[in-house]
Design a protein around this ligand. Structure first.
Ligand SMILES: NC(=O)c1ccc[n+]([C@@H]2O[C@H](COP(=O)([O-])OP(=O)(O)OC[C@H]3O[C@@H](n4cnc5c(N)ncnc54)[C@H](OP(=O)(O)O)[C@@H]3O)[C@@H](O)[C@H]2O)c1
Length: 260
C-alpha cells in the first residue's frame, strides 16, 4: 500500500476508534480511576483482566513516542525546520506524558483494565504514526515562513496555555495524595476553582493548538478523538464529585470555565 493510502486508512481507523470510544465512554463500559466501582479498584483477581496502573500507562502511551519518531525519520526524505520544531514539541510532551508522568501518579495498588490498555496502545500507535506522517510530509511545513502564519502563532499560544493548565492540574491531583493516602479529595486551586475536569480542559486546548500549528487532518482527528474520550468522562467525573462530596463547590462547572 502506498504510504499516503496507509495514512488515510490510519485516519479512518482513528475516526472509527473515536466513535467506539464515545459510545464506550457514554455507557461507561470499561471505567478506570475514580469512575471504577470501588469493589474493583484494587482487585487483582476476578473475571476482568487488569494491570498495575503505572505499568498500564507506561505501556499504552509508549507508541506516541516511538511510532511518531519511526514514521518521522524512516518514511520521509528530508525535514524542514517547521517539521523539526513540531517533532521536538511532540516528543518533549510524550517524553513527559509517556515516561515521567506514569511514574509520578500516586496510584500504587490501583489496577487498570487490560482491555483499555490494548485499546489505548492501538489508538496511540495509529495516532503516533498519523501525526508523524502528517508533519513530515506536509508541503506547508517546508518553509520557515510557516512560523509567521496565524495558524502557527495562534496554535502555539493555544497549545502552550493548554499544556500549562493540564500540567498544573495534574500536579494538583498528584499533590492531593502527598500524605501517602490513596483515596479521593476535592481538587483545589488553579483552574479547579472553575471546573471539575481542569486537566481535561487543558488537554483539549493542547491538542486543538497542535491541530492549528500542524494544520493537518491527523491533528484534527486527534482533537475529535480527545473530545470523544474526555467530554463524557468529564461529565461523569463531575457527577461523581457532586455525589461523593456534600461540600463540593456548587458553582464549579464541568469542563469549560463559566460555561459548562
Ligand atoms: N488525549 C486523551 O485522549 C487523553 C485520554 C486520557 C487521559 N489523558 C490525559 O492523561 C492525564 C491523566 O488522565 P486521567 O484520565 O487518569 O485523569 P484523572 O482521572 O483525573 O486522574 C489523574 C490522577 O490523579 C488521581 N486523582 C484524580 N482525581 C483525584 C482526586 N479527586 N483525589 C486524589 N487523586 C485524584 C488519579 O488517581 P486514581 O487513578 O486512583 O483515580 C490519577 O492518578 C490527564 O492529563 C489527561 O488529560 C489524555
Amino acid at each position: 500500500m502506498a504510504t499516503d493510502q496507509a495514512y488515510c486508512a490510519a485516519l479512518l481507523a482513528i475516526v472509527l476508534l473515536g466513535m467506539f470510544t464515545l459510545y464506550g465512554a457514554l455507557k461507561n463500559l470499561s471505567p478506570y480511576g475514580r469512575l471504577r466501582p470501588s469493589h474493583k479498584a484494587s482487585q487483582t483477581q476476578g473475571r476482568e483482566l487488569t494491570l498495575p496502573s503505572s505499568v498500564a500507562w507506561l505501556l499504552f502511551e509508549s507508541p506516541q513516542l516511538f511510532a511518531f519518531a519511526l514514521t518521522f525519520w524512516l518514511l520521509a526524505d528530508g525535514h524542514a525546520v517547521p517539521a523539526l520544531v513540531l517533532f521536538a514539541l511532540w516528543q518533549a510532551h510524550y517524553l513527559y506524558r509517556g515516561l515521567i508522568y506514569p511514574l509520578r501518579r500516586r496510584d500504587r495498588g490501583k489496577r487498570f483494565p487490560l482491555l483499555n490498555v490494548i485499546f489505548g496502545f492501538l489508538f496511540n500507535l495509529l495516532n503516533g504514526y498519523a501525526n508523524g506522517y502528517a508533519v513530515s510530509h506536509a508541503a506547508h511545513l517546508t518553509g520557515n515562513d510557516w512560523f509567521a502564519t496565524p495558524w502557527f502563532i495562534i496554535g502555539l499560544l493555544v497549545a502552550g496555555v493548554g499544556w500549562w493548565i493540564n500540567f498544573d492540574a495534574d500536579n494538583r491531583l498528584i499533590a492531593l495524595r502527598s500524605d501517602g493516602s490513596t483515596g479521593y479529595r476535592i481538587p483545589q486551586g488553579g483552574l479547579f476553582r472553575q471546573v471539575s475536569a481542569a486537566n481535561y480542559f487543558g488537554e483539549i486546548l493542547l491538542w486543538s493548538g497542535w491541530a492549528l500549528m500542524s494544520l493537518s487532518w491527523a491533528g484534527l482527528v486527534f482533537v475529535l478523538f480527545t473530545l470523544a474520550n474526555l467530554v463524557p468522562r468529564a461529565w461523569a467525573s463531575h457527577q461523581w464529585y457532586r455525589a461523593q462530596f456534600a461540600a463540593y463547590p456548587a458553582e464549579r462547572k464541568v469542563l469549560i470555565p463559566y460555561l459548562w
